[in-house]
Write a protein that binds this ligand. Structure first.
Ligand code: ZN
Length: 145
C-alpha cells in the first residue's frame, strides 16, 4: 500500500514539475480565475469551447503541488470532451476527494492518484480548485446556451 502511495506521490510531483497544458490561450472563448484562500492556491483557466466541446484548455497559476497537479490532470482529461462528459468526470472526482475510493466500482486511472486526498481535509479544496474554476466556465456556457 505504501508503494502505491509512493507511486501516486511521484505522479503528483511529476505533474507539479511539468504541468500539462500550461500557458495561456490568446483570445479564449472563456476565462476564469480561481482562488483558494485556505492555502493560497491561484489558477487562471483558459478555454476554447465550441462545437459543444472543449477544443483547447490551458492554465497558469501558483499553488501547492496538489492544486497544480489536479489542474494539470484535469486539463488532460477534459480536452476534447462535451459538457456532459466533463460533468461525469467531475462527479467522480468530487466523490473521490470527499469520500475516498470505493474500489468496488470503476475508477478512472487518471483520478486514482487523488484517492488519498480525503485523508488530508486541508488538501480537499486544493484538489478541487481547478475543477470549481472549470465549473464556473461551464455554468456560463450553459447560461449563454
Ligand atoms: Zn493548496
Amino acid at each position: 500500500m505504501s508503494e502505491l502511495n509512493d507511486l501516486y506521490q511521484e505522479i503528483i510531483l511529476d505533474h507539479n514539475k511539468n504541468p500539462r497544458n500550461w500557458g495561456k490561450i490568446d483570445l479564449p472563448s472563456n476565462f476564469a480565475e480561481g482562488f483558494n484562500p485556505l492555502c493560497g492556491d491561484k489558477i487562471e483557466l483558459y478555454v476554447n469551447y465550441n462545437g459543444d466541446k472543449i477544443q483547447d484548455i490551458k492554465f497558469e497559476g501558483n499553488g501547492c503541488a496538489i492544486s497544480k497537479a489536479s489542474a494539470s490532470v484535469m486539463t488532460t482529461m477534459v480536452k476534447g470532451k462535451t459538457k456532459d462528459e466533463i460533468t461525469k468526470i467531475y462527479n467522480e472526482f468530487h466523490q473521490i476527494i470527499t469520500e475516498g475510493c470505493n474500489h468496488d466500482h470503476y475508477i478512472d486511472e487518471n483520478l486514482e492518484v487523488f484517492c488519498g486526498v480525503k485523508e488530508y481535509p486541508g488538501r480537499v479544496k486544493c484538489a478541487a480548485l481547478a475543477w470549481h474554476t472549470l465549473n464556473d466556465i461551464l455554468k456560463r456556457i450553459d447560461n449563454n446556451g
